[in-house]
Design a protein around this ligand. Sequence first.
Ligand SMILES: O=P(O)(O)OC[C@@]1(O)O[C@H](CO)[C@@H](O)[C@@H]1O
Length: 315
Amino acid sequence: MILTVTPNPSLDRTYEVPSLDRGEVIRATGERMDPGGKGVNVSRAVAAAGQRTVAVLPLGGAPGALVADLLDQQGIEVAPVPVAGATRSNIALAESDGVLTKINAPGPELSGAERELLLETVRRQSRDASWIACCGSLPRGLAPSWYAELVARAHAAGARIALDTSGPALLAALRERPDVVKPNAEELAGAVGRPLATVGDAVKAAEELREMGARAVLASLGADGQLLVSDAGAWFGSARVAAVRSNVGAGDSSLAGFLIAGGNGPEALASAVAHGAAAVQLPGSVMPTPGDLDPAAVTVTAEVPADRVLKEPVS
Ligand SMILES: O=P(O)(O)OC[C@@]1(O)O[C@H](CO)[C@@H](O)[C@@H]1O
């Protein structure tokens, strides 16, 4: 079973708009609502692959009830932590030329009792988890060291941890040696405090994260592909993609693909790349089913193209 922990879930609202004109009333041409938050999306992708998953998340207010309903409709097993504050709503504005602007709310503030209940729920649900995926930003009330504490507790209980977060929460958790961390290019650059211009720069940054404590680094480099750097070596994976529809949740789909395939080595990287490529070709944060995957379009190599200049460099 793959357990996911999303301390700051969201009701994801996507509005399709012709274009963004600041200061104007913009009429949306379409809208959709998805249960969101990075760990929630990982659970949706794991469930879409037919594997068992449980999603732990605080839920509160009317948006929280809607998230619970939407997850129920999708057949996702949830271990909810009831909280007094309302679950946030995150807005995505999708322009017809493919540009997507996202507004992520801070989320409710968790009280001391709610924080404890969240940790206790994770502990209770961890028993038959092969992996615990801890994902996304932290809501107010959780210190940047919260993920570090979670990783330490989960390791003590014998579980493996995948961590997808950024900034101080990522840096603080590294010292507890998470089994894999999954930064995107921006998060990787932020963690090492340097720009990334080439694939080789990303490999160096990933190695630095390993020196800081990560056992393995699965880095998503957007249109450029993905990197896996672990004690067994480094691999680079990429896929042919016909047309990008939405990259919301593509990183979460990749992480799910990686964990479903064992969470280690080039086969798991190939599965991560296949899941990420399938997700960007689906609308909103729709997660791919096995029928959406195209493994033949994926290439994984141990000959990392270090000199390749990134299409989307991070300055
Ligand atoms: O604010 P965070 O926690 O960093 O990210 C939240 C979020 O942007 O991540 C998911 C996509 O990865 C969305 O479902 C959700 O809205």
